[in-house]
Write a protein that binds this ligand. Structure first.
Ligand SMILES: [Zn+2]
Length: 405
């Protein structure tokens, strides 16, 4: 059994003094200095950046903990930027606008008080609320760092050593606009998230009703309702992700996701879709559920697998029982909405249930035959007489059965 470190984060409101705000501003300036130095020298690793920046930060009158944290914050930003450039995404010159303060050293959490060091053994006390106190009182939990933000919130990161649960089975998650299907051959659970669609539509109609030609007020209105929408939708998804992780833990199943990263590209202008439809599809928070499940699963020691695009092709077009291609019902038939017909099994099946089952099975294929094995076998087989098909990955076999549409 592997032991892994799981990390979580908790927020609460707090009131900051003038002195604290000044320190946060100093921290912001230090990060920006580090970013500038890093860009000039093309350094993004913590080691190089520390060497370059530490002398330059000598002019700031602040404890050295914060200098180190500023450097590591800048290193994080720079290495993210580097990765974006590598992947060909457009980037801007990084610059920190908002004041904040991060430290992973020198602070204490004692008797429900977070003590933020000010230097000379003086501390700024932040009273923690009962919920945060309760969570941090767990003996297995280690407090890792705190972040103070200018909007008067403190965020505390904490971690725990978790033993990974050995899994017997897999369970797939199929994310759709109005529902989430989760399960495998034993049982598939459907979660209704159509409320999220309604929330998004409401937000749209509210912001659209704003007529005044004033950019600043328009931004305020869209920000406010966007925030409200995000909070309401993520609250809904929290219920779903909690149930999924709980169930996977009980069933000892690994959770399998399909990779739908670039799904937004399907709904762009010029793809012959209506504005309303595009708006609806683009307001779909498909990534949030995965994010939530991932961190909750890590906390419980449940394994999460993300399948690559090629491994999930046609998950809602093949029968989970026989692997044959299934037929879709006519679009305007209300009795068979989102239903699929398998000619061989002579059965109607729900489209989302089929997708969840297929994802679970393909996850199991990957799980039982780790990556690499198939590739290595293929290389060895080149030019030899042994048939390659024997050692081909099982998921590729399913693919080859799929007729060209
Ligand atoms: Zn079938």
């Amino acid at each position: 059994m592997a032991i892994v470190t799981a990390v979580k984060c908790i927020n609460q409101a707090c009131s900051l003094s003038e002195g604290m705000l000044a320190m946060m501003e100093t921290f912001r300036q230090m990060v920006n200095d580090c970013l500038r130095i890093g860009l000039e020298n093309n350094a993004s690793t913590l080691k190089r950046l520390s060497k370059l920046c530490y002398p330059a930060l000598a002019k700031y009158d602040i404890i050295s903990y914060y200098k180190l944290n500023a450097i590591s914050k800048a290193a994080g930003i720079l290495s993210n930027r580097k990765q974006s450039i590598k992947r060909g995404y457009p980037t801007r010159t990084p610059y920190m606008k908002r004041a904040l303060l991060i430290s992973s050293y020198g602070f204490k959490v004692e008797n429900g008080v977070l003590q933020v060091p000010l230097g000379d053994r003086r501390y700024f006390d932040i009273l923690l609320n009962s919920y945060v106190k309760c969570i941090l009182s767990d003996a297995a939990v280690i407090v890792r760092s705190f972040t103070l933000a200018a909007n008067n919130t403190v965020s505390i990161a904490y971690s725990k050593e978790v033993t990974e649960i050995g899994c017997n089975t897999t369970a797939g998650v199929d994310r759709n606009l109005a529902n989430v299907a989760y399960g495998n051959h034993d049982r598939v659970v459907m979660f209704d998230v159509s409320q999220a669609v309604r929330v998004a539509e409401n937000t749209c109609s509210i912001t659209r009703s704003f007529r005044r030609n004033d950019v600043r007020i328009r931004k305020m209105v869209t920000d406010k309702y966007g925030r409200r929408r995000r909070n309401r939708v993520s609250q809904l998804l929290h219920k779903v992700s909690k149930a999924i992780v709980q169930d996977a833990k009980e069933r000892k199943a690994a959770i399998v996701f399909e990779d739908i990263t670039f799904i937004r590209k399907l709904y762009q202008k010029g793809n012959y879709q209506g504005r309303e439809y595009r708006g609806r599809m683009n307001s779909w928070s498909f990534f949030e559920l995965k994010r939530q499940v991932e961190y909750k699963a890590a906390w419980e020691g449940v394994k999460v697998i993300t399948l690559t695009k090629s491994k999930t092709r046609g998950t809602s077009q093949l029968c989970p029982r026989c692997g044959k291609r299934v037929q879709e019902a006519e679009r305007d038939n209300p009795f068979y909405r989102r239903q699929l017909w398998c000619q061989d099994c002579r059965k109607w099946m729900d489209r989302d249930v089929v997708a969840a089952m297929n994802i679970a099975r393909r996850g199991a294929d990957v799980f039982q035959r780790p990556e690499g094995l198939a590739g290595e076998a293929m290389v060895q087989e080149l030019g030899s007489v042994t048939p390659v098909i024997l050692k081909v990955d099982a998921s590729k076999l399913t693919l080859s059965r799929e007729p060209i549409s």
